[in-house]
Design a protein around this ligand. Sequence first.
Ligand SMILES: [Zn+2]
Length: 498
Amino acid sequence: MAEASRARTWLRRGLIAAPIALLAVLALTLGITLASPSRQLEAATTPALSLDMDGAAARLGEAVRLETISPEDPADFDPEPFLAFHALLERSYPKTHAALERQVIADYSLRYRWEGARPELPPVVLLAHMDVVPIAEPEAWTRPPFSGERVDEAGEAAVWGRGTMDDKGNLLAIFEAAEVLVAQGFVPERTIYLCFGHDEEVGGTGAQAIAASLVEDGVTNAALVYDEGTGVLQGLFPGLPERGMAMVALAEKGNIVVELRVEGEGGHGSTPPDQTAIGVLAAAIAKVEANPFPARLEGPFLHTFEYAGPEMDWPLRLVATNLWLFRPVLQAVLLGKPRTAAFVRTTTAVTVIEGGVKANVLPPRATARINHRVMIGETPEGVVDYLEAVIDDPRVEVEHTAGHGPSGVSPHEGQAFDIVARALRAVHPDVVVAPTLNVAGSDARYYEEVSEVIYRFSAFRLEDHDVARYHGVDERLRVSDYETMIQFYGHLIQASWD
Ligand SMILES: [Zn+2]
């Protein structure tokens, strides 16, 4: 009897306490949301450049026509287009070439030094790369991939061709801005280095050599290193309907290849064991795919929500500004789409499989290669350990055969971040600027000895249908976006630092 009455008392108390607790949590989250100020800065007030966009688009087109391809097989490398590209830069930007000191590094990479009025201050380093990926399906393109043609369609002009987005657009935008500023007699406050690698798409030996040359010249404390990244994204997150996100990457994931190897017995197909090398390998691959790496919403991508949260619509604003409570919910939502899942976990893509020689012969060996994009805070060795544990089969050898771990992480606040954010706000007034993680790679990772402050972003709009153009078919850059990029570099170069 006493038991039952005690239980009733507890139940009664619970019925009263639960709604009170819920209300308290709701009030607390609401209070936090209302107290979360916008972290968006005022636009830079440095003057916009007066540009000749017809000329600029024509010069970009010319650059696209030079087929500066980084081939899969280094033996297929053709130096001619690279030398022609150097000459084109000199011809197109004579004033910049007269004012800046130029050095050829690693045969085809370029480094320029634009001396500042106060050369004793830590310099600024702007990066881009001149090489492009090969064309896998030329027949799938609407226009020839190296046409460099300017096309006006549906009221929108664009320069077409491989390299417009990745990365000749950025490279020439830097020159367009510099040429106008040099012509005006402008001298930057800090020395600016322009560094252009020639083989970003196949490992970046050029960037490595340029970075080493900077370190050798004592440049180990640059105020900012700035490289390509994603563009202004629309609709990646719900809750930011019209405005778009400029997500400036503080870090990039690692990119490694892991090989799984199984040695078989060989022999005739008439007397097979229960499982051949191919069967063992297949079972291992199935386990790997069934056990994705654990998700972790932290680091640079967590900062994305600190900046985006206060700008979001209700009720998502409540979620994004209260990650102390909602982080697991948000993490689950992000894991729902491959594009957002890539931000919170080491990804796994089984990309190559080989094995077997003949239908009536037992396979002497079977191998598979997996491409992992490695999360910040993890290592290639950790990935191998995880795979070994998941596969749990001594017949399967697991080896990290190529690639590198994740980069370091640059600060998500401070003067350099503010300067970049203000320059972006000047060219995209409505956009929400937020720090983030880059899920793809760039040359920037080689500059960690040059600076602790490395940011990655490309100042063009990147709509959903544009994403597949990267390394894909129908790459092209809107002239309006190209103008935005040039103006962005104009603000960045003219920025005055404390
Ligand atoms: Zn690139």
